[in-house]
Design a protein around this ligand. Structure first.
Ligand SMILES: Nc1ncnc2c1ncn2[C@@H]1O[C@H](COP(=O)(O)OP(=O)(O)OP(=O)(O)O)[C@@H](O)[C@H]1O
Length: 554
């Protein structure tokens, strides 16, 4: 668990180290203060107040130091929490942004959103609310059992032997809950993802009279996994508590034996003090046992964070090379989305010269979008290589590759913010004149004139305040302003009226010869405009010919 937190904090793990050190010292100080009860009580019960006084003072000073030290531990715990919320979150963000775009499957996306919202918060609260009593609960009994050893060797020995046994049982109980917890976290992530989908796609569901079945299934699964988790947490809590009580019973039996009739007053006093210490020995252990649920809950979150941080980023070249020009070449590329699955692309090779416009055609599922994803290096091929300007994509730095490629994909992803911000995402430093030119070429002048806030109009989450065609035009303006030497276009099959289609055609025509264009083409006009048409069928390139031969194809 500590390792997981250290991984999350990365170079900032020193705050965690400081906190642990302070918490352990706090445990020792607490233990020593509790142990001081023994000489105080012994002397008081013997009626020797004068001899008890120095010990009493030492104990009171100990209580004060413990109280002050505990404040330091709490503040250090808060510092760790703040580091987790701030730098830990940033670390997850930085790491995720270095992962291949292909990593963002619905499952991983749901897990990521669950971790960023709930997981990090749960982990951030761990030090202040859980670790402090747990660390103290582990150290105090060690110190108290040493004091017991000095008073009654049999009780001390039992306490010392019981400690490692309890540590093993507590660990096993935590492991028992951890697997149930991992399944629960996964089901919780899935339920949140489905709830968002459910809300987002209400219009479609209502149109088709869709029920809530898919959401109900996720909720039912979460209920089942939650129930199992609660049962196992309860079981492990009971098991831990039962073990601590058994050890306490053993200590009581040994201590009470001394109170047999005829025992000397000295023996009775030693027995009473030992029994008091025994109760202080079990108290923190019961607290640790009670925290078992919280601990393995947090472990589940830490494991989920660890899984994200352990995902392999796209390897960056040691010595990045720059592409010589905007040639795009696939050499014997084979790709499958998961090991053992059918090859989505099978030994595909082609070369596109700088400034050439190539249309990709083929039946649905033939691999057209996958080719664009591979050229943009969302994913790496299994076999073969993809090169830009003669350089393998794997030898080009991520920043240079991003600068080389513009994309207009069907989803036309827009982000919350204004139209201006969404377009300038293409090139933040574009001048006003360049912005105006991109807007004109993307046919957005009239839309912007119509909106009360013009360029400053908010597009809403994922561009929800704009129509499908308007979203597509913002995406085109963004791609145009970037002026990348390579343009990848997935021509939308839906949501485009004749006007929007004409605008896309104009934008492509304007770029013809200036950029290397690969377009997944659906319209005859685009096919006619292309210099060459590549036809795919079931992941194989079956035709690589001039556009003349394909004119009129859908
Ligand atoms: N993320 C993914 N994980 C697993 N399989 C995928 C994934 N994306 C696509 N596929 C599969 O890969 C194959 C090729 O998909 P691709 O999207 O490249 O086809 P396409 O030719 O662009 O289809 P369309 O014209 O319908 O968009 C399909 O069988 C598809 O089911």
């Amino acid at each position: 668990m500590i390792r997981g937190l250290t991984h999350l904090l990365g170079p900032d793990h020193t705050v965690l180290r400081r906190y642990i050190w302070l918490a352990l010292v706090s445990g020792v100080l607490n233990g020593l203060t509790i142990a001081a009860i023994a000489p105080v009580l012994t002397r008081l019960l013997h009626g020797d107040i004068r001899a008890a006084l120095p010990w009493l003072c030492a104990m009171l000073i100990g209580v004060l130091i413990c109280w002050l030290w505990r404040r330091r531990v709490e503040m250090a715990g808060v510092d760790v929490g703040i580091a987790v919320l701030g730098r830990g979150r940033a670390r997850i963000g930085n790491h995720v942004s270095s992962l291949p775009a292909g990593w963002f499957t619905p499952d991983n996306t749901a897990r990521l959103s669950h971790v960023i919202t709930d997981g990090v918060m749960e982990v951030a609260q761990l030090p202040a609310h859980v670790f402090t009593p747990v660390l103290s609960g582990m150290v105090v009994p060690v110190t108290v059992s040493l004091a017991l050893l000095a008073l009654d060797w049999r009780m001390g020995l039992l306490a010392l032997v019981a400690l490692p046994i309890m540590a093993v049982v507590f660990g096993l109980a935590a492991r028992l809950g951890a697997s149930a917890d991992a399944v629960w976290h996964q089901s919780a992530a899935e339920t949140s993802a489905r709830a968002v989908e459910f809300a987002h796609d209400q219009a479609v569901m209502r149109a088709f009279g869709g029920g809530t079945d898919f959401l109900d299934q996720a909720v039912a699964f979460q209920q089942k996994t939650g129930g199992r988790l609660i049962r196992l947490s309860l079981l492990s809590g009971i098991m831990n508590g039962w073990l601590v009580q058994t050890v306490f019973a053993g200590l009581l039996i040994i201590g009470l034996q001394k109170l047999a009739p005829g025992a000397s007053s000295q023996t009775i006093i030693a027995a009473v003090v030992s029994l008091l210490l025994a109760s202080r020995f079990v108290e923190p252990l019961l607290e640790v046992a009670a925290y078992a649920g919280a601990l393995h809950g947090a472990r589940g979150q830490l494991d989920a964070i660890d899984a994200i941080l352990s995902a392999t980023p796209l390897p960056e070249p040691d010595r990045p090379q720059l592409p010589a020009d905007s040639t795009v070449e696939l050499r014997n590329v084979t790709f499958r989305y998961s090991p053992g699955a059918l090859a989505v692309l099978d030994d595909v090779s082609f070369r596109i010269a700088p400034g050439e416009m190539v249309a990709l055609v083929g039946a649905s599922g033939s691999g057209k979008t996958t080719i664009l994803r591979l050229v943009a290096r969302f994913l790496d091929p299994e076999d073969g290589c993809i090169a830009i300007g003669g350089i393998d994509l794997r030898c080009i730095g991520a920043r240079d590759l991003t600068a080389s490629i513009s994309q207009v994909f069907q989803e036309s992803w827009l982000f919350s913010g204004t139209i201006r911000e969404n377009i300038l995402l293409g090139r933040a430093r574009a001048s006003d004149a360049e912005l105006a030119e991109a807007i004109r070429l993307a046919g957005m002048d009239e839309i912007i004139a119509r909106l009360p806030d013009g360029l400053e109009a908010e597009v809403g989450g994922a561009g929800s305040l704009l129509s499908g065609g308007e979203r597509q035009r913002v995406a085109i303006a963004r791609a145009l302003i970037k002026r990348a030497p390579i343009l990848l276009v997935d021509e939308a099959t839906a949501a485009l009226d004749a006007e929007n289609e004409a605008i896309i055609a104009d934008a492509l025509a304007g770029l013809r010869g200036k950029a290397t264009i690969i377009v997944i083409a659906h319209r005859p006009a685009t096919l006619r405009m292309a210099d060459r048409i590549l036809t795919l069928a079931q992941g194989k390139l079956i035709k690589n010919g001039s556009s003349g031969g394909a004119r009129g194809e859908p």
